[in-house]
Design a protein around this ligand. Structure first.
Ligand SMILES: [Cu+2]
Length: 145
């Protein structure tokens, strides 16, 4: 009697254990077909950043290469105002567009405060020198190809 009870108990444990061993992997297996979406590199999101930083030591990089139609942002990280304008000081007439405040539209026409920036779109191929109208010893070049 006692031996039969123990045998039945062992059989029940084996059957239950087998049942859970078979059930658990099945329950944990992914059943829904939701694919893991990996981030896709979208080239159109990667906008070309053409930034020239103006600091208390001048413009950096001193020469920036861009493509025709690119916008260049002159960021004033210095402690003084920055008035970026086309060569030559003081007429600013080298960049061949008229209609700016002096000789060319490539002219901020005012002092840009520290922390602010000024942007200009280069539509003409060439090597365009510029300077800070308020501190003409600080200058640089934008090469447009
Ligand atoms: Cu000037």
């Amino acid at each position: 009697m006692n031996k039969t009870f123990v045998t039945v108990l062992i059989l029940v444990i084996i059957v239950l254990g087998g049942y859970f061993l078979l059930q658990n992997p099945e329950a944990q297996a992914p059943t829904t077909g939701t694919p893991i979406s990996l981030p896709v590199t979208d080239q159109s999101v990667l906008v070309d950043e053409n930034v020239v930083v103006y600091s208390d030591t001048g413009y950096s990089p001193s020469t920036l290469n861009v493509k025709v139609g690119d916008i260049v942002t002159f960021k004033n990280n210095s402690s003084m105002s920055m008035w970026t304008a086309s060569a030559m000081h003081p007429t600013h007439a080298v960049y061949p567009t008229t209609g700016g405040c002096l000789g060319s539209t490539f002219d901020a026409c005012k002092g840009v405060q520290p922390g602010d920036s000024w942007s200009f779109k280069f539509d003409i191929v060439g090597s365009w020198k510029y300077h800070d109208h308020l501190k003409p010893s600080f200058f640089g070049t934008v090469v447009v190809k």
